[in-house]
Design a protein around this ligand. Sequence first.
Ligand SMILES: NC(=O)c1ccc[n+]([C@@H]2O[C@H](COP(=O)([O-])OP(=O)(O)OC[C@H]3O[C@@H](n4cnc5c(N)ncnc54)[C@H](OP(=O)(O)O)[C@@H]3O)[C@@H](O)[C@H]2O)c1
Length: 359
Amino acid sequence: MSSLPTHRDVFRLTNDPNPTPTSPRLRFTTEPLPSTLPATSVLIKLHAISLNYRDANITFGKNPWPVRPDLIPCNDAAGTIIATGLSVTRFAVGDRVAPNTDMRNLTGREKERSWLAADEDGVCASYLVLDERVLAHLPSHLSFVEASVLPCAGVTAWSALKGVGIGNTILIQGTGGVAMLAIKLALATGCRVILSSSSDEKIAGVREKFGDEIVGVNYKSLPEWHEEVLRLTDGAGVDCVVEVGGTASIVRSLKCTRRGGFVSVVGYLSKDDGLEEMKELLPLLIDRRINLRGINAGSVQDLSDLCAAVTATQMRFDDIIDSARPFEEAEEAIRYVWEGNQVGKVVLTMECRGSDHMA
Ligand SMILES: NC(=O)c1ccc[n+]([C@@H]2O[C@H](COP(=O)([O-])OP(=O)(O)OC[C@H]3O[C@@H](n4cnc5c(N)ncnc54)[C@H](OP(=O)(O)O)[C@@H]3O)[C@@H](O)[C@H]2O)c1
């Protein structure tokens, strides 16, 4: 491995017990890479790391699930394999790959989960050493910046839309990363999209980008937005909701889903707002025969299936990139996401970095 890197640059959590409320708890450091790869592992040079709301939650110390101390944040990344262990069979040097977010979820049937950036080190690094089983081949027509949105935001949207088909109506909440991916997948599937957002400007921007057949509903100026969704579906309700609001929106989401439809519960952005309304949840669930489906990203198989679908449709994602910034600006980029400034994905790139830490 003489021409291979000996070290990598990483951002790790500081675990500061009294963090500044306006700054993510991150420290930049350099760490050695193993001189010999484990037999079934590969060495990946990362080109792009895409940020999620979860990364902001974790680095600001607000994640609702436990996070191992001192770990590397972030879970969405795309890179190239630059070395393989002796027993690697599915991948070769030069392959473009992404790791799945859940390291244990290979097929969807595993008993345990182990998430990047919570249970084990994440991807905010210049190089990764990972077992080949957790990787998927990326579509060759995508740039690394585009491809980096697939493992978490992409797989989450893919899982949330499973079972929808041509002619279905989907309610997609918000204009964040998961929502943008869901809009693209829903439109490619031949679905009608109703988009709810707190901002008329954001709705107008999405319609301009993806087509004015998308119908917008402002959930902020129209607190009874579910009634508008019912009106737009002749009183029947939508076939599926991609739910990111949590307690403040889930009961209304059930009210505007058709009998027998799906509510895919992806997010919890409203924290504890709307808890009082939650007592309506069970009667609604039963009365409307709703399939309430918890989404936890997906399996390596889901990531591979999504990549195959993206390749088949030649779907591009350059239109959902809010901005790309150098890797070194991770703190500023995460703060930008924490403040909710983005429409779509914010991506860290390694484009300007040379061959660093070579032997
Ligand atoms: N379960 C999983 O596997 C999984 C995977 C990825 C993400 N998530 C979760 O899904 C959620 C969205 O993630 P993301 O990465 O897409 O976030 P993001 O990029 O930060 O976008 C969030 C967007 O959601 C909208 N929003 C905020 N509060 C809302 C509310 N109370 N009701 C409805 N919409 C609201 C906002 O859109 P407008 O400004 O347009 O209103 C906001 O821009 C987060 O809670 C995240 O933790 C879960």
